[in-house]
Design a protein around this ligand. Structure first.
Ligand code: TRP
Ligand code: SF4
Length: 336
């Protein structure tokens, strides 16, 4: 059966414990895709090195944390193959072959890479040079995807440029070697609205404005109280403006059912709802939604060998398939 399903490959860099933005923007979508597609989900630890090659002290722990979050959220190793990129050395060999057929200007004009380079340059410190490895970011990503000859790649909008390069590389490889071998994968965008951080900016660990999947209920409530609301409100019976409530109301729109949302809106507008109470209630709604996920996470945290075994067996399976593809690729290129 599963052989007739289309193949999906998608990955995440090991940034450590994930936040609710990751859940709504990526993981929730992955969980749904598991039934319809043959899914390969991996931790891109080589990609982490493209910018953080000198900060590897937490790398190991971060890989475990990311996979623990995935499993808690419902990524099911019975359905999907879960693995770590660097445990599949075949990807590195494919990366070499792909790098040979990729014109330099294709990577140089990649807008996402340009953006990464810009951010890196504005950060102070002597290590802000762009490495040869970072230039190869989109080629390595292509190797990730083409290693399993995936047809579909679920990603955020910022990654679409990379997938375009992957399509170009696949086409060029097929042309050069006159082999109808690699699929031209298509990006699959998530439609969920972006969850902003508690301060109204992009949610991110380094901005200290996130709620983590792994946060406990008390921490969630405490963080929630920091969320920005309608700044024009001074007393709690002042009429509020939900559309000007920068963060809290936006969260309500994502987490509440229609009826609750209507009640929040009208009570706010009539000045029947204080912001502190409103946010406490919102925190409770979020806590309720994530209760089963967090319970599962605590169980996995106490039993890290479960997570490690899933990584090992998933990587072994992925590696077996990668070896088959690589054998064919070597034959197509006419390697010794
Ligand atoms: N670059 C992706 C990100 O930062 C992670 C990634 C690496 C990836 N390889 C991939 C995503 C292959 C999809 C497919 O989010
Ligand atoms: Fe926002 Fe709620 Fe305050 Fe209204 S009552 S401004 S929705 S936090």
């Amino acid at each position: 059966m599963s052989n007739f399903k289309q193949k999906i490959v998608s990955g995440m860099r090991p940034t450590g414990k994930l936040h609710l933005g990751h859940y709504l923007g990526v993981i929730e979508n992955w969980v749904k895709l598991q039934d319809e597609y043959n899914c390969y989900f991996f931790v891109a630890d080589w990609h982490a090195l493209t910018t953080k090659y000198d900060k590897t002290e937490d790398l190991h722990k971060n890989v475990i944390d990311v996979v623990t979050d995935w499993l808690a959220c419902g990524i099911d190793p019975e359905k999907s193959t879960v693995y770590v990129q660097s445990l599949i050395p075949e990807i590195a060999e494919l990366n070499i072959y792909l790098s040979m057929v990729t014109p330099q200007n294709w990577v140089e004009r990649d807008p996402t890479l340009k953006e990464m380079a810009k951010i890196l340059k504005t950060k102070e410190g002597t290590n802000s040079q762009i490495s040869y490895g970072l230039m190869g970011y989109p080629v390595l990503m292509s190797a990730d995807i083409m290693m399993f000859n995936a047809q579909v790649v679920p990603v955020g909008i910022d990654q679409v440029a990379h997938i375009e390069i992957t399509r170009d590389i696949a086409r060029r490889f097929n042309n050069i070697y006159q082999a109808d071998f690699f699929n031209e994968p298509v990006p699959k965008l998530t439609k969920t609205p972006l969850l902003c951080g508690l301060d109204g900016n992009k949610m991110g660990k380094s901005f200290n404005n996130d709620i983590r999947i792994s946060d406990d209920e008390e921490t969630t409530l405490k963080k929630m109280m920091r969320a920005i609301t309608d700044a024009s409100r001074i007393r709690k019976d002042d009429p509020g403006h939900p559309d000007q409530c920068e963060v809290a109301f936006k969260y309500w729109q994502i987490f509440a059912d229609e009826k609750t949302l209507e009640a929040v809106k009208s009570e706010c507008e009539k000045g029947q709802r204080g912001c502190a109470d409103c946010k406490r209630q919102l925190g409770n709604v979020i806590n309720e939604k994530f209760a089963p996920i967090r319970e599962k996470r605590r169980h996995l945290e106490k039993n890290p060998q479960i997570v490690k075994e899933i990584i090992q067996s998933g990587s072994k399976k992925a590696r077996g398939e990668a070896q088959k593809v690589l054998k064919e690729v070597r034959a197509i290129i006419k390697m010794y």
